[in-house]
Design a protein around this ligand. Sequence first.
Ligand code: HEM
Length: 418
Amino acid sequence: MISETLLEAEQKFVRSGVIGVGGTCVQAAEATTDELSGRNIENALRQWEAGDAEFPHAAVAAHYQTVGRNGVRPRLVAMLQNFHDNNRAHHVLGAWLPMTFDAQNGDYLSYVGLDYFDQVVRSDDAQRVDAFVAAAAMDLALLEARALGRSAHAPQVVRTRAVTRVVTQLDRLAPDFSLEPSVAAAGLAALAQPGADYGPFASVAAPALNSVPEEIGSAVRLTLLPTTRLHDEQMFIRCIQIFEGLYRQVATAISRSIRDLRDGLAAAAKDRLDRASIRLEAVPALFRVLTTMPVDAFSIIRGFTHGRSAVQSRAFREVEFACAPPESRDFEHVGKIDVGEDTLQDVYLAMRKTHPDAHVLEEAMRRLDRAWVAMKRGHWGITLKVIGTVPGTGGTAGASYLKHAAMTSLFPRLSEVA
Ligand code: HEM
């Protein structure tokens, strides 16, 4: 249950008059009375129930963005839960609906829509995952440019620059997505001038976003269901989704490289690992976006997302387990994940003396390890800056837990054989 104090703190932000970073989201700022009430949505849902209309996904998502999951009228929430509980929804809708009624007891998966993501994006398809990453990044850049258009205060300028830079680095963050070259060029042009006009960038990014496969575009649109009306939470959700895409790509690359190695294909395994490293080496651009999170806004978001933590991320855990289950780590906060019997480290160590390409693979493993550990260190640093040493929303000690995790290598036994 969200406390009165927290609700008041959120209200204060929304009433502050600031739009964008450190203030209210653009959807809440621009909403009409009807959009705020959600009355039309109940009617649209009744029509769907009667078989007279399509399910009003987009309208439901837009309403949630306007009022936050915690501000939706209980009657509407009950209707959506009812559809789910009575199996009125087909499987794709069924994977999305829990996002709409989990405000009191939700977890990380339903916070950012990971079940829906798995159904729609199909997590083992590198091209689709990269399309999702690229679409989420462009959507965020367009949102920040829109907020900048409403209010060009300094933190918003910094945020807009940071997300635009992410879009210009999509060739590294999402190399299996072919981004229309004019998007990165327009992003770089905007970044080159202080006091930039992001209009030309937005006018090429919007059609590029619309050109991703339809189900992926709608997965991006429908999975932005913040718990509050704070603009910064929308940035936070998008960053998590982009990271989830990266973790997923790394997990897939590792499990496939294990298979390649078993088939004697060390060069193919190396290529896969290198592509995963390239993605992770571009992560500092994402961290630059996250560090624009105002401390006071995040303390409210934390309160609304208690119990939801990326410590529950399946893809992140798969990466760590598929490499070398670290005996030294405390896994009490996560379930066991089945990633097959052998770790990449085991398979590599078994072949290193006999395979002529072993050293090439070892370099790729070390590169991946460096990039993964650097990412964990960056995350620890941001955590210290944003929440200090208070416990995490997932029940760990917080920064000290992350510091310890950041010192854990993916392939600890490689140093023994060096
Ligand atoms: C302001 C930004 C952030 C803060 C302050 C923060 C804080 C934390 C804290 C305190 C934990 C420890 C677990 C817990 O008790 O909750 C954690 C874990 C984690 N966070 Fe974040 N986080 C932030 C952003 C992100 C983002 C955007 C992602 C992307 C998915 C992310 C991914 C993770 C992962 C994967 C873990 C588990 C790490 C492990 O078990 O080694 N975090 N975070």
